[in-house]
Write a protein that binds this ligand. Structure first.
Ligand code: ATP
Ligand code: MG
Length: 227
């Protein structure tokens, strides 16, 4: 089993090129989350939440500042080293559910596929147990591209937690779900994070999610603000 890793963000800035103009999506963002702790990121649409998450996941390089996962400074790593950190330690569930999954695989295939980086000998959670915990037992053998949006979102969560990551990053994990599925997702995220000691960073618009996971960081216009 893995143990959580601390995440430290120092003076992070990220600019996009928008029609030749520079647009600052993140401005001087600093915070830290201890190993095994939780952080919920909230803020209005366009405030930079998903940008922050993709930078934390090493999927985008920031324009300035540093991101440390454990002792690894992501900003100083080569592409190869970055993908090794991702494989070893970080699971990310991005906002667009189609980007998290292999559309032609079944739900259970997708959860198994997500477990591959853990290595053959690592103890593994049973994919069917994970899908069952999210009310997906009846669609576990169905192709992901035939599932509903909410079902797909839950498969992506099951895949995200499937290898007990050190750091689990989830973007709007409950946006397509009703209250019952939302609670199942929260139960599973909390259970896996507790059992694996994982550090959990979740983005959400949902007050219920933020209240339950706790540790709120609010963004507005790319800056950290007081919620
Ligand atoms: N690839 C991109 N190129 C240019 N601008 C971008 C790009 N991605 C995001 N932006 C801009 O950066 C800002 C922050 O976007 P981001 O997706 O991080 O916001 P968000 O807080 O996740 O919003 P939402 O709650 O709607 O998901 C937005 O103004 C957006 O238009
Ligand atoms: Mg977003």
């Amino acid at each position: 089993m893995s143990a959580g890793l601390p995440v430290r963000v120092e003076h992070l800035g990220h600019e996009y090129d928008a029609d030749g103009e520079r647009f600052a999506a993140l401005v001087d963002v600093s915070f830290s989350v201890g190993a095994g702790e939780r952080l919920t990121v909230v803020g209005p649409s366009g405030s930079g939440k998903s940008t922050l998450l993709t930078v934390l996941a090493g999927l985008q390089r920031p324009t300035s500042g540093r991101v440390l996962i454990g002792d690894d400074d992501l900003t100083g790593l080569t592409e190869r080293e970055l993908s090794s950190v991702r494989r070893r330690s970080v699971s990310v569930v991005v906002q667009d559910p189609r980007r998290n999954l292999l559309p032609y695989g079944t739900a259970v295939d997708n959860v198994r596929f997500a477990q591959r980086p853990a290595g053959r000998r690592a103890p593994k959670r049973d994919p069917l147990d994970l899908l069952r915990a999210l009310g997906l037992q009846s669609v576990s053998g169905d192709r992901v591209d035939r599932l509903s949006g909410g079902e797909r979102q839950r498969v992506a969560i099951a895949a995200g937690v499937a290898r007990d990551p050190d750091v689990l990053l989830v973007d709007e994990p409950t946006s397509a779900l009703d209250a019952r599925s939302r609670d199942e997702v929260l139960d599973l995220l909390e259970r896996v994070a507790d059992e694996a000691g994982a550090t959990l960073i979740a983005i959400t618009h949902d007050r219920v999610v933020a209240d339950r996971l706790g540790g709120v960081l609010a963004l507005d216009g790319g800056r950290v603000v007081t919620p």
